[in-house]
Design a binder for this molecule. Structure first.
Ligand code: ZN
Length: 243
């Protein structure tokens, strides 16, 4: 069984399609594990939901998914994100709204727990530091937890009661071992680690290995659409810079 692990697609259809093509070129996948924020920021919210729904998948709820359907308000969003959120809300069909409304907060399968932010605060908490990660190992029961939200690929390994930050190695794969892990595959639609390429992971159950890949996509095509739709300039610029 091969799972494509995709986080933070953020209405970026060009990035999403490029990632799916890349997975196909590497032997394909059986199911998508999606870590939330399918919509928000980018130009194709409806199209991204529609494409995701063509595949066998499970998706957990992200803060942008909830905000787009007013399941939570945007007072904690910065003004630019809030503007994009209001635009996103106008693009959704009743079916899209229904889909986002029913996303679960977390999901467990095999040895993995899936959440958007963190196991402790599935919608809101960013896991970027070892201290917060360490506390969060008490909030899930499986061996491994997949998170998104920060759009930064990384791993925290729980070793003798301490969470150790590890770079998520590209291409070669990370064999799953005895230590518990929190894994972030990075962002598909709006990477924020200084590398503008889409970021995702594959979990292969046969060899118990998680692979991290980066994919170039047509950033200019997404930026052009965002300009045409009048989405905020900082959101357009940042895609080219990967932050
Ligand atoms: Zn996000």
């Amino acid at each position: 069984m091969r799972y494509a692990i995709l986080g933070d697609i953020h209405s970026n259809l060009a990035a999403f399609e490029a990632v799916l093509r890349d997975v196909e070129s590497r032997g394909g996948f059986d199911k998508i594990w999606c870590l939330g924020d399918v919509v928000g920021y980018g130009p194709d919210p409806h199209e991204c939901i529609e494409l995701l729904c063509q595949y066998d998948h499970i998706c957990v709820a992200g803060n942008h998914d909830w905000a787009a359907i007013s399941k939570m308000d945007t007072t904690d969003f910065n003004p630019v994100a809030a503007r994009a959120c209001h635009w996103t809300a106008q693009q959704l069909t009743p079916e899209d709204i229904d889909y986002l409304q029913n996303l679960p907060l977390n999901f467990c399968q095999d040895d993995f727990t899936l959440v958007h932010g963190s196991p402790r605060e599935p919608i809101w908490e960013y896991l970027l530091g070892s201290e917060a990660a360490q506390d969060n190992f008490a909030y899930f029961e499986t061996a491994y937890c997949l998170v998104g939200h920060s759009h930064v690929p990384l791993i925290f390994e729980f070793f003798e009661g301490v969470a150790i930050y590890r770079v998520f190695p590209e291409e070669n794969g990370l064999p799953l071992g005895e230590n518990r892990l929190i894994i972030n595959p990075g962002g598909v639609g709006q990477p924020r680690d200084g590398d503008p390429r889409a970021s995702y992971a594959i979990y292969d159950t046969d060899n118990q290995t998680v692979y991290h890949y980066r994919v170039e996509y047509d950033i200019a095509a997404t930026q052009k659409k965002m300009t045409e739709y009048g989405l905020p300039l900082p959101l357009i610029v940042r895609l080219g810079q990967g932050w």
